[in-house]
Design a protein around this ligand. Structure first.
Ligand code: NOJ
Length: 672
């Protein structure tokens, strides 16, 4: 049958029959009828319903067309599959670029103390903006700013009255927008503090909740009790004494795991969960680059409200007043907590899709010595939570400065971190006495060398880059509520004004009168301006090491291999496949000078030239690898050629971090 004849028949049917009269015809019917079609049967053929088999077979059954066409077809299929497979392998095996939060250290600004632009004695947003050059100087790209939300300042900002407003003490929302815009212009990222566990008792929600207003009744955790009677259970606040306070308006007790001015939100209430998601969106919409999430292990409490077990069961219950007296089985890390974090992560992921706009999520979530619990904040391979939980293990470093101890603390993280995840290292924050005061100024440089050469993101609390020390605070000067309960628990000593120069008030402001906390008396010596002039200063070394960390791939994302630890020295290697330049770090955390013998490490060349010595005495010096001399508190960075590839024939453990960058699906950490 001719194709033209068929088309003509279709056309006639189209023209002669109204569309609704055309019966539907199955393919089978069509085939059967085309075999011997009576003329009027074409009226049953739906237009374009397919070609009869005969027509299709007419040419395709001729071998001279079919065979080459089939060969061509299968060739195209094979080529396409090979191309797809090749593309997938190239993508999978190519180095993944590190994200901004992996490349740069995170610098913590405590805003009250960074820079006071208006001379009222308290640091502010404009002050931070004035000092952005400091981050450029240090080559720091990620800045975490402790809370600046509207707050009655009972816990100096960690008691939020309005999550969508800036406290006037720090400036205005316009100041914030300007700061963010300027930071982005300079290629800096801004990480906000996010405080979901509690609000201030001045928050609108709390007033509505205590008045039992519809919707808000269950925004907080309420339980029956009386003004004078026993509390609902034995739970204690992190700041001491019962975590329940009677509220006269509502006639019930509310829970506060911190100050009584900080009532705990009830995350079992879906409305509260939605409020938090909305707040996250509010700031992400503004363009902030991430959140440091506060006190997340406290987010949920057991609904049964049973007493927590005492650490010392023989202690009389009335003497249970401090967080150390109880096992926090019912007030921390409750079932459902990780679901909340995943919800927030998902929200942040939604905002991360824009190219180059990854939003960082860091959790303050250490679960005491239970390292596995802390690691859970990384999430699982399928459901991510934090990019990293803060790693507080190195806060214990000053307790026992020895190479073995430091290796132990480092290993606590490396050996337990889920496969392929990214580590974090810090030695201080606004809650912990300054590391220079605890470990001693002598160890400041070697500690910074450790932080900036370990695999992972270092976090630097403002002032650590110049070795700032704790101030002494008299009772009348105490600002921290924790210090009002117990002077020795005050966190004021580590929160003193940043020491910028030898000018009055250390250049914190341009006034000669008050600052909210005293400036450390050593400011004329320990300050940014003076240390910039001295190549051997803590500041200059921090800057140099940070610059190297970002320019030298082995330091940034290379293998991390322990090679030695003893009473004094901790030594390790950083190197990367395919790169000749590798680094040996020999850090003396001990109290005496040491001579370290690394002759067992066969890949190291016999003679080693020092690139950086933290006390400068050994800069450029060449050591035999069996006799590497260090002073107490001295760190050496030695560059060597890793052509003799690192292999398995050396003592100790070897950890890999670079696979996190090299194999998207196989970020590995293993012993070699
Ligand atoms: C954790 C913060 O780091 C700390 O400074 C604060 O006091 C508590 N959360 C309570 O908000």
């Amino acid at each position: 049958m001719e194709l033209g004849t068929l088309n003509q028949a279709f056309q006639e049917v189209e023209d002669s029959k109204p569309v609704e009269d055309i019966p539907t015809t199955t393919h089978v019917q069509l085939e059967e009828k085309v075999a011997d079609p009576p003329a009027n049967e074409y009226t049953q053929i739906k237009p374009y319903a397919g070609m009869p088999k005969e027509v299709l077979l007419l040419y395709s059954s001729q071998a001279c067309y079919r065979v080459p066409r089939e060969i061509l077809f299968w060739l195209i299929v094979a080529c396409t599959l090979t191309l797809v497979a090749l593309t997938i392998s190239v993508v999978a095996l190519s180095p993944r670029c590190l994200s901004w939060w992996q490349v740069s250290p995170v610098y913590q600004v405590y805003p009250r103390s960074f820079r006071d632009s208006d001379g009222d004695g308290v640091g502010d947003i404009k002050g931070i903006q004035e000092m952005l050059g400091h981050f450029e100087y240090l080559n720091i790209k990620s800045v975490w700013i402790s809370p600046i939300y509207r707050s009655p300042m009972r816990d100096l900002g960690y008691d939020v009255e309005d999550f969508r407003a800036i406290d006037p003490l720090f400036g205005t929302m316009q100041d914030f927008d300007d700061l963010l815009a300027e930071m982005h212009k300079l290629g800096l990222k801004l990480i906000m503090d996010f405080i979901p566990n509690h609000t201030s008792d001045k928050h609108r929600w709390f007033n509505l909740s205590r008045a039992r207003e519809p919707h808000y009744e269950d925004y907080y955790v309420w339980a029956d009790c009386s003004a004078t009677g026993p509390k609902p259970n034995n739970w204690v606040s992190m700041f001491g004494n019962s975590s329940w306070t009677y509220d006269e308006v509502r006639g019930q007790c509310y829970l506060h795991q911190f100050l009584k001015k900080q009532p705990d939100l009830n995350f079992r209430n879906p409305r509260v969960r939605q409020e938090m998601l909305d707040i996250i969106s509010f700031w992400l919409d503004k363009g902030v680059d991430g959140f440091r999430m506060d006190s997340v292990k406290h987010l949920l409490e057991a609904a049964h409200l049973r007493d927590e077990p005492q650490v010392d069961p023989d202690k009389p219950p009335e003497s249970v007043v401090s967080e150390w007296d109880l096992h926090h089985d019912f007030t921390t890390t409750q079932l459902g907590l990780h679901d909340l974090l995943r919800e927030w992560r998902a929200q942040m992921d939604d905002f991360s899709r824009e190219p180059g706009r990854y939003r960082l999520m860091v959790t303050e979530s250490q679960d005491g010595p239970e390292v596995e619990k802390t690691m859970m904040y990384y999430g699982t391979p399928l459901t991510k939570e934090s990019d990293f939980p803060f790693n507080f293990y190195l806060l214990d470093l000053p307790q026992n400065t020895s190479g073995l101890w430091v290796k132990h603390l480092v290993n606590l993280w490396m050996a337990n971190m889920p496969t392929g995840r990214w580590a974090n290292w810090l030695v201080g924050n606004h809650n912990i006495p300054r590391v220079a005061s605890r470990a001693g100024q002598r160890y400041m440089r070697v500690i910074n060398m450790l932080l900036l050469t370990l695999p992972g993101t270092p976090t630097t609390y403002y002032g650590e880059e110049i070795g700032m020390e704790n101030i002494n605070v008299t009772e009348s000067q105490i600002q921290d509520p924790a210090g009002r309960y117990n002077a020795s628990a005050s966190r004021d000593p580590q929160r003193s004004p940043m020491q910028w120069s030898a000018d009055p008030n250390a250049g914190f402001n341009n006034k000669t009168n008050m600052t909210w906390l005293p400036v450390h008396p050593n400011y004329s010596r320990v300050n940014v301006e003076v240390q910039k002039q001295d190549e051997g200063s803590v500041l200059s070394q921090y800057r140099l090491l940070n610059t190297l960390r970002q320019s030298e791939l082995p330091l940034q994302r290379g293998w991390f291999c322990y090679i030695h630890a003893d009473r004094g020295v901790f030594a390790y290697l950083r190197e990367l496949d395919g790169l000749d330049r590798a680094f040996l770090l020999v850090l003396n955390f001990g109290h005496e000078s040491a001579v370290t013998d690394l002759s067992a490490i066969t890949e190291l060349p016999g003679r080693l030239r020092v690139l950086i010595s933290t006390n400068r005495a050994n800069d450029g010096k060449v050591f035999s690898k069996s006799l590497i001399a260090t002073e107490a508190g001295e760190g050496l960075m030695i560059e060597f050629s890793s052509r003799a590839r690192f292999n398995t024939n050396h003592p100790g453990m070897c950890y890999v971090s670079e696979k996190a960058c090299y194999l998207a699906a196989m970020d590995i950490l293993y012993t070699c």
